[in-house]
Design a protein around this ligand. Sequence first.
Ligand SMILES: Nc1ncnc2c1ncn2[C@@H]1O[C@H](COP(=O)(O)OP(=O)(O)O)[C@@H](O)[C@H]1O
Ligand SMILES: O=P(O)(O)OC[C@H](O)CO
Length: 494
Amino acid sequence: MSYILAIDQGTSSSRCVLYDRQANPVAMAQQTFTQHFPQPGWVEHDAEEIWASQSEVFRQVLRDAQLAPADIAGIGITNQRETTVIWERSTGKPIYNAIVWQDRRTADDCIGLKQAGAEAMVKAKTGLLLDAYFSATKIRWLLDHVDGARGQAERGELAFGTIDSWLVWKLTDGELHITDVSNAARTLLFNIDTMQWDDELLVLFGIPASLLPAVKSSSEVYGQTRNQEIGAGIPIAAIAGDQQAGLFGQLCINAGMAKCTYGTGSFLMMNTGLQRVASSHGLLTTIAWQIGDQIHYALEGGVFVGGAVIQWLRDGLQLFPNAADSERLADSVDDNGGVYFVPALTGLGAPHWDPHARGAIFGITRGTTSAHLARAALESICFQVDEVLQLLSVESGSPITQLRIDGGAAVNNRLTQFQADISSVEVVRPANLETTALGAAYLAGIAIGLWTVDELNRKWRTDRAFHPQMPQQDVKSLKHYWLKAVQRAKNWTE
Ligand SMILES: Nc1ncnc2c1ncn2[C@@H]1O[C@H](COP(=O)(O)OP(=O)(O)O)[C@@H](O)[C@H]1O
Ligand SMILES: O=P(O)(O)OC[C@H](O)CO
């Protein structure tokens, strides 16, 4: 019997999910790792710790399922995107911590480039905006701030990768330095028209081409594992950024279909088919996946702090021990009591793109309790998603009527119902909530001929659908206060 193993390296945890020949999950292991916040607005991960946790969960699923590496027909990799690692080619050692997608340290570099008039060119070539979110300015920061790094890079001694590239490097003991189009498209260095790294962008960001990985499709056998910890000879058969893998795992395979993943951040993505749709409202045009020669595109809006606001209530304020307690606490009051929480803890992403916004809580009175705070935090996730959802409908020209959801916070029924209410859409939670890993597994299974897209499409099952119930008058009032709160949280740091 052959199995597919999905590696899902997220911002909050490393996961592995094992699937049988029918794409049913049979074993899963997950491990969190350390989040480093060395300065306000900075977020780092230790790339070696990421590998160690990923390697551990890999071995754990095999142990749990009592399988050997030879039982795995293919590995699909999916990963937190944009997060930037640079390592030495000779030793495989990272030169610095990974700079995480949420990190804002290069916000002023981006403002400088915008003021120099670079944004239109960057947007036309990459579909993205000039923002610290993406990899390019993080790479430049590392080359400029780590002793000797620029010289090493110019001598071809260093390798850059998003987390997928780092994992493939480790899995193959340094044999393969590759990425896929969906990850490359998040660096600000990849031209989504020519489908190549772009010389003009490399010059703009001051990045030597020798750092870059080879760019591959999202579904093909790139090579085999060589790592002794996890076993040699397993085909590596898919790579996709986690949001794109989620879109595929939700089987949003036709133009107009949309999903939202409620993880650390919240990411809305709409498949726009074989067409690239340019945004004029702060959304991103990006590559969904490439299978064979066919490239699917997507429109995306990413909210930087989603489930992370619940993490902050749990760990920062210690309001409750588990994220799931947020639902019980929020349900213990009838409404938000007039409290609005703008969780701009790392600035604001789509559609505001304000690196200087900071978290703010409005409407606090003497009657406000921790329950109102929990409720306002959950609602804030939905308000942010709603802003993006409304724009996606406008920009794609087709109103979103159904939103497929997944991610760690999608189990929260208070959140899902509130989303349906304020966005006036049907919110559908699939039976299999691990859609990111599933998408990577699907892409790997396709690469090795286990199944076809049509066969997979028939597998999609609903767990629960949430329908709008709230009177429009209430929706209008809630959104009015939310917008007012957002305006006040913007442009805070100087
Ligand atoms: N029941 C819940 N209600 C609200 N948020 C939750 C719940 N369970 C988990 N979360 C949040 O979901 C996030 C984890 O989701 P996950 O999809 O695992 O994230 P990632 O892929 O970013 O690592 C955390 O930020 C956590 O606070
Ligand atoms: O790890 P997640 O699920 O929060 O996803 C992170 C995104 O890929 C960042 O762009």
